[in-house]
Write a protein that binds this ligand. Structure first.
Ligand SMILES: [Cu+2]
Length: 106
């Protein structure tokens, strides 16, 4: 998922979807040769900046899926921004994508 911020600086605060019980914002980084993941309160989106979410870095993790995600399917995700408010996006499920990859450990 790529955020291109064409307006003023903003901050992604949270995300929710009817497809799961919760969505968390995580960041993965190398720490002494180990991949570590930590939960973030939000993601800063600088004015005119681009922020990329991908496995191995910033990502959103979906907990408590109400039905298995199938490649090719999609589900609505509601993003909440500090300034822009609520924005609804459609997430496409890809085989082994960041959205479905839940095999990394906390
Ligand atoms: Cu995660």
């Amino acid at each position: 998922m790529i955020f291109k911020n064409t307006g003023a600086a903003d901050r992604l605060l949270s995300a929710t979807t009817a497809a799961s019980s919760s969505v968390e914002i995580h960041n993965m980084s190398m720490d002494g040769g180990m991949m570590r993941m930590r939960r973030l309160d939000g993601i800063d989106l600088p004015a005119g900046g681009t922020v990329v979410l991908a496995s191995g870095g910033l990502h959103m993790m979906v907990f408590g899926l109400k039905a298995p995600l199938r490649a090719g399917a999609s589900f609505p995700l509601e993003l909440r921004f500090e300034n822009a408010g609520k924005v609804l996006v459609q997430v496409n499920v890809e085989a082994n994508s960041a959205a479905t990859n839940q095999n990394h450990k906390h």
